[in-house]
Each structure stands twice: as structure tokens, then as C-alpha cells.
Ligand binder design. Structure first.
Ligand SMILES: [Ca+2]
Ligand SMILES: [Ca+2]
Length: 237
């Protein structure tokens, strides 16, 4: 291509006329240099863009990054008063355009119906993840209604190993980091669990029931996040 362009220019010209003064020789030399340089430039630059920037492939510029997570929870809360052996089905529909870090169900209860120590009510639950996109395993757990962060919590990572904690990524490209923090579109759908109440009541001399029920709080959370990447700038000291 370069050769044919050059011969195109030279065709019909008297080569002697082109180079018969030092100035003309210099101009010709510069012209030829540009004719060679521009095609090389335009061949080279797109390939650099392709590799490093346009496709964002794994060969992108590597370096150190401060990786942070801006979290936005999607939550659903409900409460249910249950007697001994009663069950409650709870459902959580999750739709999100953002990546989901994890989904959890927190079951809380605080049994203060008994006059003395002991006879604490409790909760047990088992999940049903059959309505959720992705490979999640069902979980079961149980816990006492002793107040505070009692009861139990079921939790699933939707993005593998998600904690939401900031860290420094060393020697990675932006696209490699984004591949790590990606939920793959999983975790959408209907999360479900069945909770069973276990009510414990002290014996009453009068035959009446001292503690017959408990109020259980169910809190579902899907923690969505957006990545914040900042290149680490080395400061020479
Ligand atoms: Ca009790
Ligand atoms: Ca109770």
C-alpha cells in the first residue's frame, strides 16, 4: 500500500525535478516520512486500543487499585405471633439491576413472658431456594428468643466470597476486578423459608398457661452493591 502510494506520487514526475535542490530533497524526505508514518500509526493505534481499552480484556493495564463497595440494601420485614408448633411461610421477591452481594434472612424474637429464668422460647427455620436463579443450597437453623441479636440468620453469598469490605487489589486490571465482583445474574427470584415456633412455658400451679406464644420478626435483606475503583498512585518519598 505504501509502495503503491509512493509510486503513484512519483509517476509522471521527473525525479530530477523533485530533488534538484536541497530544499526539495528535504521536502520530499519529509513527505515520504509522513507517508510511511501515517499508515503505520493508524495500523498500530487501533490494535493498541483493541487490546488495552476497547475490549477491556484481561490484558488491560494492570496495577494496584483501591476497591470499595457502595451498598444499597433491599429489605422486607414482617412479624408474626405464633403459638407452640405453629409455622409461618415467608417470601422475599428479589429483582435488581445491580450486583447482589448476599441475601439473608434474620429471625429475631425476645421471650419475656416467663417470670423467671429458663423456659425461653425459640425459633427454627428451613429455607426453600427452589424459586431462585442459581445454585443455592437450602439451609436450616434455630436459635433461642433471648433478645438482642438472638434467633438465627440464614445467609447466602450471591457474589462469591462477598463481604463488602474495602481492600487493595494488587497487579490487576480493572476488568479483572470487575470479573471477580460479579453476581452472574444469580439470586433473582423468590427466596422462601418456613419458620416454626417453639414455645416453652413454666408449669403453673393453677393449671393456666403462663407463656402461650411469641412474636417473631423476619427481616430479609438482599445487599446490592456498586464497585468503586480508584487507581493507587505511588508517591515517591
Ligand atoms: Ca417462654
Ligand atoms: Ca413467649
Amino acid at each position: 500500500m505504501i509502495g503503491s502510494a509512493l509510486s503513484e506520487v512519483l509517476r509522471g514526475m521527473d525525479f530530477e525535478d523533485l530533488v534538484n535542490t536541497p530544499r526539495k530533497m528535504r521536502i520530499l524526505g519529509i513527505s515520504v516520512a509522513f507517508m510511511l508514518a501515517f499508515p503505520l500509526y493508524f495500523q498500530l493505534v487501533p490494535s493498541l486500543l483493541d487490546d488495552d481499552m476497547l475490549t477491556g480484556g484481561s490484558s488491560g493495564p494492570s496495577g494496584d487499585w483501591e476497591v470499595g463497595f457502595v451498598e444499597t440494601p433491599i429489605t422486607m420485614q414482617e412479624s408474626q405471633v405464633m403459638g407452640d408448633g405453629d409455622t409461618h411461610d415467608t417470601f422475599f421477591d428479589v429483582i435488581s439491576e445491580l450486583n447482589i452481594g448476599y441475601v439473608e434472612l434474620d429471625v429475631d424474637c425476645n421471650d419475656n413472658d416467663d417470670p423467671g429464668p429458663g423456659f425461653t422460647d425459640s425459633a427454627e427455620g428451613s429455607s426453600d431456594v427452589s424459586g431462585v436463579e442459581g445454585e443455592f443450597e437450602d439451609q436450616t437453623d434455630e436459635g433461642p428468643c433471648s433478645g438482642g441479636d438472638s434467633g438465627f440468620t440464614l445467609r447466602w453469598d450471591v457474589t462469591d466470597n462477598y463481604t463488602g469490605a474495602n481492600y487493595t487489589a494488587v497487579g490487576m486490571s480493572e476488568s479483572e476486578i470487575k470479573q471477580v465482583w460479579d453476581d452472574g445474574g444469580m439470586g433473582r427470584g423468590t427466596w422462601a423459608a418456613t419458620i416454626t415456633a417453639d414455645i416453652s412455658s413454666p408449669p403453673s400451679p393453677l393449671g393456666s398457661i403462663v407463656d402461650s406464644d411469641e412474636e417473631y420478626d423476619f427481616t430479609w435483606t438482599a445487599m446490592t452493591y456498586e464497585l468503586v475503583l480508584q487507581p493507587v498512585v505511588e508517591v515517591e518519598t
